[in-house]
Structure formats: C-alpha cells, structure tokens
Design a protein around this ligand. Sequence first.
Ligand SMILES: Cc1cc2nc3c(=O)[nH]c(=O)nc-3n(C[C@H](O)[C@H](O)[C@H](O)COP(=O)(O)OP(=O)(O)OC[C@H]3O[C@@H](n4cnc5c(N)ncnc54)[C@H](O)[C@@H]3O)c2cc1C
Length: 474
Amino acid sequence: MTLAASAIVAQLSSLIGEAAVMGAPEQMGNYLKEPRKRFHTGAAAVALPGSVAQVQAILAWAHEHRVGIIPQGGNTGLVGAQVPLRGDEVIVSLARLDRIRAIDTAAGAMTAEAGVILENAHKAAEAENTIFPLWLASQGSARIGGLLSSNAGGVNVLAYGNARELTMGVEAVLADGRLYQGLNSLKKDNTGYDLRDLLVGAEGTLGIITAATLKLFPKPEDYETCLVNISGPDAALPLFELLRARIGARLNAFEIVPHIGLDMQLRHGMLDRDPTAGPSPWYGLIEVSRMAGGTPGVLQSAIEAGFAQGLLDNAVFAESLADRTRMWAFREQMSEVQSKEGASVKHDVSVPIAAVPALIARGTAAAERLVPGIRAVPFGHMGDGNIHFNFSQPVGAEPKAFMAENDEKLHEAIYEIVLDLSGSVSAEHGIGQLKRELLVQVKDPVAIEMMRAIKTALDPRGILNPGKMLRTDP
Ligand SMILES: Cc1cc2nc3c(=O)[nH]c(=O)nc-3n(C[C@H](O)[C@H](O)[C@H](O)COP(=O)(O)OP(=O)(O)OC[C@H]3O[C@@H](n4cnc5c(N)ncnc54)[C@H](O)[C@@H]3O)c2cc1C
C-alpha cells in the first residue's frame, strides 16, 4: 500500500526526529529547485539524517514501504538527478554528515563524510600541506557524496583524474539499510569486484554514500599560468601535445575559450580588464604546477618552443595571484555569461582529444545550417577532450520560441557528430533525468543489460533514485 505524504512525514519524524524532517512545500523549496531550472516537481518530504545509523534506518523503512528515496548533496547537479521525477519521493539530504573523520598524510588519504562541502575538504587538506585536487566552479556548495556519485570532473582532471580516480574507498548504505564498509587507504587491493567503482558515478541509484576515503597529493609550491592566443582548435592540438611531451604530469590544465566568450564577459562587465594578450580567434588557458625544489620557468620555455613552431600568436603570463585569478575567472564565467545573453542550448560531451577540432568545426557548421544567426560558444577541457558545446540564441531572438524550436534538433545534430567521432554524450555531468532517454539509444545494449542487472541486484524494489539514469518506470 502506498503511504500518504502525511504518513511519510510522521513515520520519518519518529525515525530521525521531527526537527530533521520537512513536509511543507514552502520548507522544501531549496531542495526542489535545481540549477538548470528544468525539472520542477514536489516531494513527499525532505529528511536530514544526522548519523549513518539514521541513514540506515531511513533506507530500511523506505525498503519496507517501497518509498522512493533521492540522495542529495549540494544540489548543484546539472542533469536533474538530485531532484524528484514523480513527486512522491523523499529527498534525503546528507548535509548534516559533514565531518572530516581522519587525515593520514603518510597514506595520502582523507576520510570525509558525504556532506562535507568540497571547499571545506580543500581547506582541511591544505592545513596538512596537501591538496585534494578536485576543482570546479560549484565547489562552494557541492558535497563529497554528490561529487563522487556524479563522478565529477573539473579543471584539473588532466593531472589528477576525475572523482573516481581520486577515491580510494567508500562507505555506503544499501537499499535495504545494510552498511557496506569499504573505507580503506590501500593502493593495492585485488580482492574481487571493485564495489567502490560501482558506487562512484551511480548517481545515487545503487546506495547512499555516507563517507569516502579520498586521495591527497603534495601541495605544489607554486603555479605557472598563462593565456595564449591561438588561431583555433586545430592549433591547440599540436600545442597541447608539445606541452604534454615537455611537462608531463605537471601540466594541470589546458582549457580553450573562443573570442565570443571574452567579448560577452567584457560587454557584461564580468572582468575588470581584458586578461588576454590582445584579440585572437581563440584563447588557451594553460597551467603548470611546480613542486618544492622544482625549476621555475618550465611553462615559459615550453611556450617559447610553441612560438618557434608557429603554434601560437601571443601569450601573457600571470605575474600575481590577481592575474591568475582573473585568467581563471575568464574561463569559469563562461556558463554564467551565456545566461546573460538569452537562452542557450548546452552539451557536455567528450571525444578522443585528436577529434576535438573536427567536433568543433562540424558541430558549428551543422548548427549554423539549422539555425541562421546562432552563436556557437564551445569551450572547456581541451586536455580531456571534454568540450561544453554550447550555443547562444541569435541576437534579438525570443528565448522561449528559440528553445522550443531548436533545442531538440541541435541536440540531435551534435550527438550524431559526437557518436560518429567515437565520443560520449555525457562527459562529466551524468545522465539523471536529462539524458535518460538518450542513454538507452546510444549505449551498447549489452552494457545497458549489465547495468540493469546490477541495479536489480542491489536495489530489487527500485527505491533508490527511481527512474533516474536507467528508466525503471513503464
Ligand atoms: C556553476 C557550476 C559549475 C559546475 N562545474 C562542474 C564541472 O566543472 N565539472 C563537473 O563534473 N560538474 C560540474 N558541475 C556539476 C555539479 O557541481 C557536480 O555534478 C557535483 O558533483 C554535484 O555535487 P552535489 O553535492 O551538488 O550533488 P547533487 O547535485 O546534490 O547530486 C548529484 C547526484 O549525486 C547523488 N547524490 C548526492 N549525494 C549522494 C550520496 N551521499 N550518496 C549517493 N548519491 C548521492 C544525487 O542523487 C544525484 O544523482 C557544476 C555545477 C555548477 C552549478
């Protein structure tokens, strides 16, 4: 029998205390609104457990009564995975589980609870002269459980990997309330299937992560950062290869931004001054880290070699923290500035790095053919082959009409090119609600069968994030 919302609130309150449960729509507002403003529905309740035992109690109860549960962290996800789909689910926010449990500098490991905000994890690591190198624009709100569950990427994947590669072990509550104790700081552990890798990136569909052991790295002594002027993605590719050959693992970031991005930010007063060396069709933001005792000027000499080979037209190096901050702001404000230019159609996609120039050229041409006057704004993590292939509406277009007419056809055109180039339709943001129909169309059918089998084995009643990632509803 389906429980009424009032019964859900009453029963949850008896499990974890009245003060930790919300049922009134006006109390739940912030947990229901998501950054893309695409997915709006209600929820039966929001629960904020204060301990792992309380998370277990909630899931044992939900399993018994077949109540849908949506784990939520900082609610910064961009595919609608952390907000309700049907409206009768319970959001379980991990925000109160926010302790750093331990830091072991010898093992290079930090054990943090799921609700720790990424920025606080950074501070805790730095206090021990180490870094937790997951950096993204949402780090002031995103929480460890959400970051791991969406296998977040960000700007330093090139050197350190994404969330999965930064996770050594996880602790998670399974659908029926049992606790999986997988925290460890072992570099080597070949004892069967990798359950950590199943839970990381599962978007809350296989269990609720309550804590994780995360990898720490020695803190660099300094960073060298520059913005280069390049003619386009075609020139970015050999420049990237040259830098990687000379700098190796210390090459932290290689991002690209087209001139239209700079134009928009200057027009909207988002930069106090132009951070580049002058106008150019494209810019590359490159950063290298220097460890204690390392030789300064590594980036400078590599860039000079690039000049000698005619791979770039100009460059400017950060000479202060303010310069570096401005350069990164220029890159990180790219999403935000687009919202000031009306509606935009967005794609978070990846292709093999060598195919990035073809992706950008073919995608831009296809969009311009479909929508005259559309403004292509592709930017992002060139070094990972991950481009945020966004399009701003033509100047003066009516935003709603533009989206209604063009959203679907632009998606189809871009995804077709991505798949033709052996790429992925979701590089770092995940599937959630946004791409669940797309996933079954593009993923290997055997992979979908394996994913369904895993889901059924770990969540036989389908209570964890129902309908997200893999459709479970008819
Ligand atoms: C301005 C901005 C910039 C961004 N930049 C990037 C970027 O560069 N790279 C990138 O990868 N992403 C980026 N994102 C997306 C987003 O920040 C990440 O997906 C982040 O990992 C989500 O963390 P969160 O705590 O907000 O999770 P939420 O949004 O709350 O949840 C995300 C997913 O994780 C699940 N979940 C949450 N907590 C748990 C838990 N404890 N156990 C199990 N499942 C859980 C949810 O059910 C949902 O499926 C950006 C978002 C914004 C708004």
